[in-house]
Design a protein around this ligand. Structure first.
Ligand SMILES: Cc1cc2nc3c(=O)[nH]c(=O)nc-3n(C[C@H](O)[C@H](O)[C@H](O)COP(=O)(O)OP(=O)(O)OC[C@H]3O[C@@H](n4cnc5c(N)ncnc54)[C@H](O)[C@@H]3O)c2cc1C
Length: 379
């Protein structure tokens, strides 16, 4: 059985044509051996050449206005392209963060100079960003960060350590959250910076994951000098800006579809034809995915309308990342094969998906933290 993402009734029909174009391109890429579908490739599938090919078709930085080198397309058009890239397990990690949250973040808060400096390179698939939020003693409690930026006559001097920074080793830039001012308000005194990489006073050290992969890093700022123009938005307004950025970070379909390449590979196996229990387990997962896609589209539509659906995004991310893990566990229980990183395509996919699963409910804010956001809003 071939499992394709169905058209969604709440999306305008013209998007189906775009969906078909992206699918054709991705099928051709796989047929020509340019990439092998992988679960979680949006975080760990780093392939700059693929990013360039995608950008040539106008599918990177889609919502960036044409005056800044983008395609000026809608959030919903970007949503459809994103869904198909995830379904195909395409290696989009190099440009993902730049496209997902930095293009909107710079458009919202950047100066005209920053927009002209950064946005065209994002749309060309050449600029990659790392997110400098978490630190050794500050993850869920982000307001506990200790990295500081001190204003000097020649710019800002930054000191501190960022941790779990995805893609920093290939990034051309980092969006950094640092403390710039003392404040009685726990969420006051933070600012954001656009830091150009590599940098002589910034040391990027690899952290190797359990599967031997390298996408994480520790990033140490040793009194690193950045120009005054690196400040993003208003000094002291960093908390509000970062919260807005997190809505973009948490709300996308990558919080539901990370393991769709595995689900699709399972759907193609003979067991689906011959084993009623397998068909029924697959059917249950597909129906959950269908509902989650509808919820995710509702959040995308709220964002597109300029509203801030932070609570809804938290809810969808919680439900979506639990679903991603359940896909892996269900297949592990029913597929009747051993996960094997050196085996056939399906067992490799399963093995890699298992090793990636612990991260699903942690990254971008843990599910416990998301549930407290939802609980506070409800109560
Ligand atoms: C794959 C992956 C990629 C990542 N990429 C990046 C990145 O690019 N940039 C970046 O800045 N960070 C990144 N992170 C870090 C991520 O944001 C943090 O891991 C996450 O916010 C949790 O922080 P922590 O690891 O410090 O855990 P802690 O905050 O120490 O939490 C430990 C446990 O305690 C629970 N807990 C903590 N506080 C509460 C509370 N108030 N109520 C209930 N339970 C609570 C948590 O839910 C968790 O289970 C990434 C993480 C992963 C797994």
């Amino acid at each position: 059985m071939t499992l394709l993402l169905s058209a969604v009734e709440t999306l305008p029909p013209h998007l189906d044509e775009l969906r078909a174009d992206v699918r054709t391109f991705l099928d051709r890429e796989v047929a020509e051996g340019r990439f092998t579908p992988e679960s979680d490739a949006w975080l760990s599938g780093i392939d700059p050449e693929f990013s360039l090919r995608l950008a040539e078709r106008g599918w990177v930085g889609m919502t960036i206005p044409t005056q800044y080198g983008g395609s000026g397309r809608s959030d919903l058009e970007r949503f459809v392209v994103t869904e198909e890239l995830l379904a195909a397990g395409a290696p989009v990690a190099a440009h993902w963060i730049a496209d997902r949250q930095m293009a909107p973040g710079i458009l919202r808060n950047g100066t005209e100079e920053q927009k002209r400096t950064y946005l065209p390179g994002i749309a060309r698939g050449e600029r990659y960003f790392g997110i400098g939020m978490s630190e050794p003693d500050a993850g869920s409690d982000l307001a506990a960060i200790r990295t500081s930026a001190i204003k000097t006559t020649d710019g800002w001097r930054i000191s501190g350590t960022k941790l779990w920074t995805s893609g920093a080793h290939i990034a051309t830039n980092m969006v950094l959250l640092a403390r710039t001012d003392a404040s009685d308000d726990r969420h006051g005194g933070f600012s954001q910076f656009l830091v150009d990489l590599p940098h002589p006073q910034i040391d990027i050290k690899p952290i190797i994951t359990i599967d031997g992969g390298h996408h994480f890093n520790e990033v140490v700022f040793d009194d690193a000098l950045v120009p005054a123009s690196a400040l993003l938005g208003q000094r002291g307004d960093g908390w509000r800006q970062v919260t807005q950025e997190l809505a973009n970070e948490r709300s996308g379909p990558e919080r539901i579809l990370s393991t769709l390449p595995l689900l699709r590979a399972w759907a193609r196996t003979d067991a689906v034809q011959t084993d009623a229990a397998v068909r029924s387990a697959l059917g249950r997962l597909i129906s959950r995915m269908t509902v989650l896609r509808q919820l995710s589209i509702s959040v995308a539509q709220e964002l597109a309308a300029g509203r801030n659906p932070a609570v809804e995004a938290a809810m969808v991310k919680d439900l979506g990342t639990v679903f991603e893990g359940d896909v892996v566990e269900t297949i592990r229980a029913h597929a009747g094969i051993e996960p094997d990183p050196h085996g056939d395509e399906f067992s490799v996919l399963l093995a890699k998906s298992i090793l990636h699963t612990p991260g699903f409910t942690l990254r971008g804010g843990t599910n416990e933290v998301l549930r407290s956001i939802v609980a506070k809003a409800v109560l």
